[in-house]
Unconditional design. Structure first.
Length: 265
């Protein structure tokens, strides 16, 4: 586990303790049950692939630990509308406050300003956080294999499904892939391959390409990080990868939606 991930998870433990003082799990589950039905995150990606040959999860991200502030004029509602106009199939919204300058309210606002399904992108390690995700309207959650023991990952994935959310499981290398495959998770399972090395923060699309032959049928692969040009998209679609999570390269453009449209052209 990388030093930065250990630091983030230590902070998350403090945040979970604070959340537990405000809500019991049953309280968050009751709020979650009162939300409108999830919009179908995995289904929206599949429809985009069937219709256009590619489905993009467009990310709303203000900052990151490695790059600092990414976008100063940060308006989640406008970004959501702009991404929708640019052809996004789904949205990803960072909710981590301390390291990514995100907020739960950003997910709420983004979802209110468009009809796209939204994934809560954060470091989820506790059932309280998963229930909170649905309580704020998330249609899908991210579970990071590097942050969770396999059995714990399976438990949180099952909880998310019980709350009618989809699950995107993120891996970074072969060892994490092998551990995830042993869980025999039910379909549909979105398998995110993060091309960013957690230790060096360098990105390489070869990370995705090298793992593809080891992934059995039944997993919808999402390539994450490092997708910046139409050539990158073509390289991936040529290898059979048709689902993408793209953030920083779009967020730095005047119109992220226009940049997304150009990326897919």
């Amino acid at each position: 586990m990388s030093d930065i991930l250990q630091t983030i998870l230590a902070r998350k433990a403090d945040e979970i303790a604070a959340l537990a003082k405000r809500f019991r799990l049953a309280d968050l589950e009751r709020i979650a049950a009162s939300q409108p039905a999830p919009r179908g995150f995995a289904a929206a990606l599949t429809l985009a692939v069937q219709t256009h040959g590619a489905g993009v999860i467009a990310e709303i991200k203000k900052a990151s630990p490695s790059k600092g502030l990414i976008r100063a004029d940060f308006d989640p509602g406008w970004l959501a509308r702009d991404y929708a106009a640019g052809g996004a199939a789904c949205l990803s919204v960072l909710t981590d406050e301390h390291f990514f300058q995100g907020h739960n309210d950003y997910l709420v606002e983004a979802r209110q300003h468009c009809s796209l399904p939204v994934i809560r992108k954060d470091f989820l390690i506790d059932p309280l956080q998963v229930a909170e995700a649905r309580a704020i309207g998330a249609d899908c959650v991210l579970l990071i294999a590097a942050a969770l023991a396999p059995a714990h990952l399976a438990e949180l994935a099952a909880q998310a499904r019980e709350l009618e959310m989809d699950v995107l499981i993120e891996i970074h290398d072969r060892a994490e892939l092998d551990a995830m495959l042993q869980l025999n998770l039910p379909a549909p399972t979105l398998l995110g391959i993060n091309n960013r090395n957690l230790r060096t923060f360098e990105t390489s699309l070869e990370t995705t390409l090298a793992l593809l032959s080891s992934i059995p049928n039944g997993y919808d692969v999402v390539t994450e990080s490092g997708i910046a040009t139409p050539a990158d998209v073509l390289q991936m679609t040529g290898a059979g990868v048709q689902r993408f999570l793209v953030g920083e390269s779009l967020m730095r453009q005047p119109s992220p939606g226009a940049a997304l449209s150009a990326l897919l052209a």
